[in-house]
Structure formats: structure tokens, C-alpha cells
Design a protein around this ligand. Sequence first.
Ligand code: SF4
Ligand code: SF4
Length: 78
Amino acid sequence: MSKSWYPVIDYSLCKECGACFNKCKNGVYEKKENHPVVVYPDGCVEGCHGCQNLCPVGAIQYVGDTTGKDDCGCGCCC
Ligand code: SF4
Ligand code: SF4
């Protein structure tokens, strides 16, 4: 089964603040130099917007997201 929900970062917007990397406890991100890199998309929880909600520049979107920037209510790490 392929993963249907995971973050994608727009590096043209990212300011390398580290908020997404520091927020997610599921191993989705690794920090390479100062860039957050999605290395484990399978760890992302479907419906979670935790890192997107913290991103100050709107650089995070999700594959599979059709709802926009809503409160997720998923109960994971938001
Ligand atoms: S959406 Fe949630 S689970 Fe997915 S990478 Fe962001 S904080 Fe982690
Ligand atoms: S929270 Fe946004 S600006 Fe900060 S490192 Fe992540 S993608 Fe970049």
C-alpha cells in the first residue's frame, strides 16, 4: 500500500526555522544541514497538520490533503 498522506516542502518558501523538524516525533523529517527533508513519509499520520500549522511561511503541503489548513483532531502530535 502506498502512503497517501505525507508532507511536501516548498524549498522556495522554507526559511529553515526547524519548527517542522522539531515538532514531528514520528521520524518523518531529518535535518540535513538546515534543510528539513522528508525521509520517512510512512511515519506521517493521515489527517495530521501539526507541522504545517507551525510553519511560519506556509511551505508545507500534504500529498492527499483536499481539506486545506484545518484543525486535524487526529490525536497524534499536533
Ligand atoms: S503532519 Fe504530523 S505526523 Fe506528519 S510530519 Fe507533520 S507533525 Fe509529523
Ligand atoms: S517549519 Fe516551514 S519554514 Fe520552518 S523549516 Fe519547516 S518548512 Fe521550513
